[in-house]
Design a protein around this ligand. Structure first.
Ligand code: HEM
Ligand code: HEM
Length: 184
């Protein structure tokens, strides 16, 4: 899966560097970084910003008619990079506790990343056009129809989960800032 997919290599590199930083902090403080202290909090904020970029930038580029900055394929690669690295940072931010709405937000985050992988590296292998069908020469019209239906179903999962995820993330951020940051 990694062959020819530059975004996955770059994401892997970022994950290794972040994990090294996380390990270093554990070594220095002898504890799992708490979500509400400087390092854990920063991971949550930076990861959340990357996730917000994942949610918005690709869609904005896809729909913008007047400004055509960069290739769509590059924006999808960036979508995937930030869509892996951002969630990983928020996972380390959790300090491995998953109570209440924050736990729900984490679960939704994991589901959307998983669904992204299915959509990108499993479904898009299926030729989507008549030309693709001719090149492959193996799939029947019926199989193509079924593949299109699956892809539509996939969109119907990946997109609403994103919306649910950001609603619960904003509730978590509001509650966490109120109870764990400002009331302290
Ligand atoms: C999608 C992004 C995020 C996810 C998935 C997430 C998830 C979590 C989880 C699972 C916890 C642990 C809850 C527990 O104690 O059981 C937590 C704690 C916390 N989060 Fe987040 N978080 C995210 C973003 C943020 C952001 C952006 C901020 C701040 C601006 C934030 C601030 C906090 C704070 C302050 C705590 C500690 C709460 C406490 O000590 O009671 N989080 N988060
Ligand atoms: C925080 C994580 C993620 C969020 C919030 C997110 C959100 C979204 C949204 C809102 C769209 C719709 C774009 C549009 O049609 O306007 C989308 C499309 C897509 N996402 Fe994600 N995504 C995430 C992670 C991922 C990951 C990790 C992958 C791949 C490994 C991925 C692959 C895709 C693909 C292939 C599309 C369809 C592109 C198209 O049909 O034009 N996503 N994502």
């Amino acid at each position: 899966m990694l062959r020819g997919n530059r975004e996955l290599w770059l994401a892997l590199l970022a994950l290794i560097l972040i994990t090294a930083g996380y390990g270093l902090i554990i070594g220095l403080t002898s504890q799992i970084p708490p979500a509400s202290e400087v390092f854990g909090h920063s991971l949550g904020i930076a990861g959340f910003l990357l996730m917000l970029m994942t949610e918005t930038l690709y869609s904005l580029r896809k729909r913008s008619r007047s400004i055509k900055w960069g290739k769509m394929s590059a924006w999808l690669q960036f979508h995937i990079f930030t869509g892996i690295v951002g969630p990983y940072m928020t996972l380390l931010h959790t300090s491995w506790k998953f109570n209440g709405i924050a736990g729900v937000t984490t679960l939704l985050t994991m589901i959307i990343v998983f669904s992204g992988f299915i959509g990108r590296y499993v479904f898009t292998r299926i030729p989507r056009t008549k030309e693709g069908l001719e090149i492959e020469g193996t799939l029947s019209q019926e199989a193509l129809k079924q593949a299109r239906r699956l892809l539509a179903l996939w969109h119907a999962v990946h997109i609403p989960i994103g919306i649910a995820l950001f609603i619960s993330a904003f509730v978590h951020v509001g509650a966490a800032l109120y109870y764990a940051t400002f009331l302290k």
